[in-house]
Design a protein around this ligand. Structure first.
Ligand code: NAD
Length: 485
């Protein structure tokens, strides 16, 4: 169990070894529920990333790449089992470092981490090619080969879960990984690396380099011996990654932000829609790329929906994330708290109607009241820009065309929801909504078996499902002459 009093410095994990940064530098991670110092962590620099990449390259060439695929799968299953045995420890650690309520981690994050690993363990020996009869004088077929060394750069909103979304398919394909967690939530990534070794994954297969984006992250992006970068985070950094990756033409997958629309029609089950709209924006304190942050409501039911949503917001239990009854924790950092509070001020100044919340909660830690703005106009910044906090914008619309225009009217394209009893309308909306995922009469569920990702400022490429296998492999054509030489 994680013990805050041990005072140990959390290490880098390179080539199976826990080590300090070559520079000797450390940084601090804080508990967002209190603002107090949580742990010191070794701070990876460029030279540490170099070492991690060399170790990942060696493990790829000599051990993990050549290994029998079924043996790789078996090791990943063992990794899943070791994680299961350490579920409670990981839950506490994730909660202390990120502020997520333990109840949510137990219900969602940890089961998803284990499910992801088991799902991709099953893929390891089922990655096949095809025989294509291209010519009568040749046997022509494809094999899928692992890309090589993968740099995985992850954010702080779901450190364990998003980390595993990248680690599991990469490893299943035979790639090796250099993982850089976000600097404000580095602890569970380091622990995952340790547990991988405990499960018997060979040294160098999963390396962890906690550190800052501009140094360790940029070093991964710039590295000439990394074959692919898989990134989840902000559109600003996504663009920088794309530019940096041009150096050696790395493959890139970007999962960026969103400003997803959750559309409610009068013929829907209004109470169910409001319940889902509430969790769609308040789950994980709104720090979710697919948060339903714009609740588009037909004008005839706007006041009813806004009122019921405000009542749900008021019923949320903010508090110590380590207590089982807490339904909403703090946001992850002081920087994020101030950013969200600034957006709330912008909403007020723009003339949106603040019907509940709107302020910091308490004076310890980074808590923000669940906030609902009603009668928001589409052009307002709080309806266009990703706030990444517990701030709902309820936007009235007139008819179906108006709803579609508003829903598709931001720079993002990640997810959308539509609530209606009219199946013709539901199908029309699933076709016309610009989003990687469209939910009908529900909001928010995802599953590792289904592709996940977006377009435009939400990024490109898909994680999850078979698509992730394509992301970490490349087809090779074999052409065998069967005719005269
Ligand atoms: P960020 O994009 O700055 O950080 C995400 C990861 O990228 C971190 O590991 C960070 O260290 C790394 N990084 C930062 N600069 C880098 C660089 N130049 N090269 C390589 N890696 C770099 O996100 P943030 O500052 O932590 O959050 C800001 C905003 O990002 C949020 O408000 C939200 O809008 C968005 N965000 C989106 C998601 C998502 O799931 N899509 C998750 C977290 C944050």
């Amino acid at each position: 169990m994680f013990d805050q009093r041990t005072g140990k410095t959390w290490p880098l994990l390179i080539g199976g070894e826990a080590r300090p940064a070559l520079s000797g530098r450390v940084f601090q991670t804080l508990n967002p529920a209190t603002g107090a110092h949580l742990a010191d962590v070794a701070e990876a620099g460029i030279a540490d990333v170099d070492l991690a990449v060399a170790s990942a390259r060696q493990a790829f060439e000599e051990i993990w790449g050549p290994m029998r695929a079924a043996d790789r799968g078996a090791l990943l299953l063992r990794f899943a089992e070791v994680i299961r045995q350490h579920s409670e420890e990981l839950t506490q650690l994730e909660s202390l470092d990120s502020g997520k309520p333990v109840s949510a981690i137990r219900r969602q994050d940890l089961p998803a981490v284990i499910d992801t690993l088991i799902y991709y363990a099953g893929w390891a020996d089922k990655i096949t090619g095809t025989v294509t009869p291209a010519r009568p004088d040749a046997l022509t077929y494809t094999v899928r080969e692992p890309l090589g060394v993968v740099g995985a750069i992850i954010p702080w909103n779901f450190p364990l879960m998003i980390g595993m979304w990248k680690i599991a398919p990469a490893l299943a394909c035979g790639c090796t990984v250099v993982l850089k967690p976000a600097e404000i939530t580095p602890l569970t990534a380091i622990r995952l690396g340790e547990l991988a070794l405990e499960a018997g994954l060979p040294p160098g297969v999963l390396n962890v380099v906690p550190g800052f984006g501009k140094v360790a992250g940029q070093a991964i992006v710039d590295h000439p011996d990394i074959d692919k970068v898989t990134f989840t985070g902000s559109p600003v950094v996504g663009r920088q990654i794309l530019q940096g990756a041009a150096g050696n033409l790395k493959r890139v997958t970007l999962e960026l932000g969103g400003k997803s629309a959750n559309i409610i029609f009068p013929d829907a089950d209004i109470d169910a829609a409001v319940r889902a709209a509430g969790s769609g924006i308040f789950f994980n304190t709104g720090q979710v790329c697919s948060a339903g942050s714009r609740i588009l409501v037909h004008e005839s039911i706007h006041d009813e929906v806004a009122g019921k949503l405000a009542a749900r917001a008021k019923s949320m239990r903010l508090g110590n994330p380590q207590e089982a009854g807490t339904s909403m924790g703090p946001v992850v950092s002081e920087v994020q708290m101030n950013r969200i509070l600034t957006y709330i001020e912008i909403g007020r100044a723009e003339g949106a109607q603040l019907i509940t919340g709107g302020a910091r909660h308490g004076d310890q830690g980074y808590f923000i009241e669940p906030t609902v703005f009603a009668n928001v106009r589409h052009e307002m910044r709080i309806s266009q820009e990703e706030i990444f906090g517990p701030v709902a914008a309820v936007v009235p619309f007139k008819d179906d065309d108006d709803a579609l225009r508003l829903a598709n009217g931001t720079v993002y394209s990640l997810a959308a929801g539509v609530w209606t009893a009219d199946m013709t309308r539901a199908h029309r909306f699933t076709r016309r909504l610009k989003a990687g995922t469209v939910w009908v009469n529900t909001y928010g569920p995802t599953d590792i078996r289904l592709p996940w990702g977006g377009a435009r400022d939400s990024g490109f490429g898909r994680e999850h499902g078979e698509e992730a296998i394509d992301n970490f492999t490349e087809p090779k054509v074999v052409w065998i002459n069967t005719g005269p030489a």
